[in-house]
Design a protein around this ligand. Structure first.
Ligand code: FAD
Length: 473
């Protein structure tokens, strides 16, 4: 689908090589990683020194490093384009959407590091994230704390204290994916800063202190239903050395920039996972016989497949256009342009819609497999487990819908969307934009209470219209 939908790109041969590797070796490795469940953390070495080493098998590291070598990170900087990262993230997610998380959070670390760090800090850390061999460093994005991830303004309790030319952070990060990363970005509140989101700042935290000691520790790894290809842990920051990115008073904007990169990757990953589940279901339906013929040849099931594939292509169009817009605007700084606000609207719609689509599609594909679908020995049950997480991390469906409403209300991004769609806009899109305008006239609580079906419909008709903007349509 990548070739037919995104057009042939200069990355065709890299993608082909990666695909061949996944088919020959990667599939078996990712199956084994999923079955092996949560890896161990070796907390101390033989001499009793704290090391917090995550014990995946060597095959896992080979699988992970392959994507970095292929250029999921370094190509974005070398080619000055996020598209190679998005293409590789899509391809990887077709086989293992959990493995996409380390790539995504590394990208979401490298971008603000390149944009907002002081020249000395950028020079010290960025080249290590952009290495083209197995010595590459990884990034991570740690915002969520024990009291909750949606309301960061109320729930981030990590405190940052300035000290000479760096900061010291103390607090606990409760859902910290890619635990063990060599460098992470994290939200914290500088001592004395106001409450709420306005008082948050974004910091860079290396794994090791300047004297070589561990700079953060891993309390434990989460035992998750899926995404076992990424270690998600609880992180303890205790006077951890950190470097401020940007200025302390613009932190929330930087945090949102970080999250919005991950939301695009999540959207692409959701579509890839849905494509994978449909491909498996199709294979099954071609050979499973019921009532004298393959189940695919029964009119109701065939019609359902046709509709799924059509919706899959529309979901791809939505996620891909959100990615194209991010590629245009990611270097912008405040005050952001209308194009940036349009990107935000598409990012929220895409994150919401594609994750819902992935969950519903994985469930439907399980049903196509009948009873076999619930057995761990066939992959489709894994796709459903993975999809359930895609809908939650990087912000739940509620959050995406409400953030879409916010950018519509404050920046009138739905008007910009109409202009962006131009000739591919449909009567349905125009009707939805009118419905959105009517929604904005309601009192705040009523507006929010009745927003979900309108937001969902806006996402669907936007995806359908964007499909007509794709090269293959
Ligand atoms: C596997 C995994 C890995 C993760 N990795 C990371 C990571 O690396 N870094 C990181 O920072 N976070 C990470 N997270 C955390 C993730 O971002 C949060 O789980 C998510 O943002 C939701 O926060 P929460 O779980 O605390 O739910 P809460 O914020 O407590 O919300 C609970 C429920 O209330 C709903 N809700 C909240 N506010 C509203 C509202 N105003 N209106 C309607 N409904 C509302 C939510 O949508 C949700 O359904 C990870 C999560 C998972 C599951």
């Amino acid at each position: 689908m990548l070739h037919s939908m995104a057009g042939t790109t200069r990355y065709a041969s890299v993608l082909k090589e990666c695909e061949a590797w996944w088919e020959q070796e990667g599939r078996a490795i990712t199956d084994a990683v999923d079955r092996a469940q949560t890896p161990w953390v070796r907390m101390f070495d033989a001499e009793g020194k704290r090391v917090d080493e995550i014990l995946y098998s060597p095959d896992y590291w080979r699988m992970l490093k392959r994507g970095y070598r292929a250029g999921v990170l370094w190509r974005a900087f070398k080619d000055q384009s996020l598209l190679p990262s998005f293409l590789l993230i899509y391809l990887t997610s077709f086989y293992d959407c959990g493995l996409t998380c380390p790539y995504t959070v590394s990208l979401s670390t490298a971008l603000p590091l390149s944009k907002y760090a002081s020249p000395a800090i950028r020079e010290r850390f960025l080249p290590k994230l952009l290495r083209e061999d197995d010595s590459v460093w990884q990034g991570a994005t740690w915002m969520t704390e024990i009291k909750g991830g949606s309301d960061l303004g109320a729930n981030v309790e990590t405190v940052a204290t300035p000290q000479a030319d760096l900061w010291r952070l103390t607090g606990d990060k409760y859902f910290a994916s890619n635990a063990g990363a060599e460098v992470a970005v994290a939200a914290a509140r500088p001592k004395g800063a106001p409450g709420g989101v306005r008082g948050l700042a974004l910091f860079l935290i290396p794994r090791w202190r300047e004297d070589g000691a561990l700079n953060y520790t891993i309390r434990r790894l989460k035992d998750k239903i899926a995404t076992r290809s990424v270690p998600t842990g609880e992180i303890e920051l205790r006077d951890s050395e950190a470097y401020l990115l940007g200025t302390a008073d613009e932190g929330i904007y930087l945090i949102l920039e970080v999250l919005n990169v991950s939301r695009i990757a999540n959207s692409l990953g959701s579509v890839a996972l849905a494509q994978r589940a449909i491909a498996d279901a199709l294979n099954f339906a071609e050979s499973r016989i019921a009532f004298g013929r393959p189940i695919l040849d029964h009119p109701m099931l065939r019609a359902q497949f046709e509709e799924r594939v059509r919706d899959l292509r529309a979901a791809f169009a939505l996620a891909w256009h959100a990615g194209l817009l991010l590629n245009e605007v990611w270097q912008e700084r405040r005050p952001y342009s209308d194009r940036y606000h349009l990107f935000r609207l598409l990012a929220h719609l895409a994150k919401y819609w594609t994750a819902e689509f992935a969950v519903q599609t994985a469930k439907w594909c399980m049903e196509v497999h009948g009873g076999l679908g619930v057995l761990a020995e066939f992959r489709v049950e894994r796709w459903l487990r993975e999809a359930m997480i895609l809908a939650i991390w990087e912000g739940t469906a509620h959050r995406q819908l409400l953030d879409a409403l916010e950018v519509i209300d404050r920046k009138k991004a739905h008007g910009t969307l109409l202009q962006y769609l131009g000739p591919v806009s449909t009567a349905e899109v125009r009707e939805m934009v009118e419905a959105v305008d009517a929604q904005l006239k309601l009192p705040p609580d009523e507006r929010e209470r009745t927003w979900e079906p309108i937001g969902a419909r806006l996402a669907k008709v936007t995806a359908d219209a964007l499909l007509r903007k794709m090269p293959a349509s």
